[in-house]
Design a protein around this ligand. Sequence first.
Ligand code: 5AD
Ligand code: SF4
Length: 490
Amino acid sequence: MLHEGNKVIDEKRQGEALMLDTPTSKNHKKLFLESYGCAMNFSDSEIVASILSGDGFETTRDFNEADVIFINTCAIRDNAEQRVRARLQDFKKLKKQHPSLIVGVLGCMAERLKAKFLEEEKLVDIVAGPDAYRDLPNLIEKVEGGQKAVNVLLSREETYADISPVRLGSNGISAFISIMRGCDNMCSFCVVPFTRGRERSRDPESILAEARNLFDQGYREVTLLGQNVDSYLWWGGGQKKDLDPALVEDALHHRLPAGEQERFTTFADLMDRVAQIHPDLRIRFSTSNPRDMTDAVLHVMAKHDNICKYIHLPVQSGSSRILEKMNRGYTREDYVQRIEAIRRILPGCGLSTDIISGFCSETEEDHHETLRLMEWAGYDFSYMFKYSERPGTAAEKKFEDDVPEEVKGRRLQEIVDLQQKLSAVKTREAVGKTVRVLVEGPSRKSAEMLSGRNSQNTVVVFPKGNIRPGEYVDVYIERCTVATLIGVVV
Ligand code: 5AD
Ligand code: SF4
């Protein structure tokens, strides 16, 4: 599961209009592209922009002047979908004024609802799922010819490896690189395997080329994206889906004899290679799954200073009984052992998690196990949600969504309050220390201050002096808020 930076976008960030600076195009059509959801969705929008720029579109930040509006949607929780529907109302009004305007729905909600979307939202013209973006020029043409257009085919191969994303809304310093698509985990609460299809890894050479190219353009940080990066696997002839599952398991865990293991690229191998591009290129990744994370990944992180010491390791619940119902594939004890390995191999590594409150049948005791685990782990951040039942998932079919809304809410509040305390402890620990920061741009609150993050992913702000985005600086931390470190460059 994915997040952007240290925010969950579908919760905290409204849809964002993305701008594409392409030269004036052959047919001068204007595209307005708005994205919701996780980092993968934002990364996909960059692929959509690239595909449509090849078809003569230029983007606009003003939807009033658009010929085509695409909204790239998220389906992870009901409130994410409600937000999209509210936004579609705005576009509907516009379409009544400009009947030739084309409105398309992309992404996870498009995949979940398929053609039903056209019945429910009559003014939508195009519905395209996450693996159908190469078809967008044809879909647009079909609508221009007076029809509605749907393509929600999921693919076992598509990774858009050859498409060079157009960096949208970028600070020119940090970029996402998607290294795989889909998810095979089948957590019982989660809609993603249905909306993004089967897991597939992208050719490592295309990933390395993209990272090198970004570095050459001045970017200094790449975040390698996948729903479950630890299960990334590529072998000489292709992808792991074509291999014997037992061999795949051995390859993923680096258990094959040396000569044979070399035929494979695991996530640890991939990061090792990306880290060697340049010592000034920082590497982050998201998301790790506790069931699949190997020590090999931790050792590669320890080996390279430019791999950030920060791991997002979603736990979801501290109760083994609930974890089993969630089909997470690990127990509380397994998870604890993963964190112990992180602490042993990567002392001082930043750690964050995802937690769901009020999953089916959760008792007060289960909830307290979650709180106790959070305290033990001492997370730097958490992304915390109330359970939202998703149609078609195993949990929806098998279990009753039986924790009352107010109990979910109260438990969530207890989780949030505890995380506030844990985060405050973590940031206070940094006061009086000097930390290395990659400068990203002006701070949100003051034009006189710059902002960046330390290796552990905590935001650091400091007076700007003559420093420019993209530089690395050492900042002496003088004070802090709950989530931000404030200091001076030394
Ligand atoms: N209800 C609430 N939270 C969910 N997540 C995924 N599915 C659901 C759901 N049905 C959360 C998980 C995941 C994060 C991205 O979103 O915590 O890790
Ligand atoms: Fe990302 Fe789709 Fe999941 Fe939303 S539902 S978080 S967009 S993968």
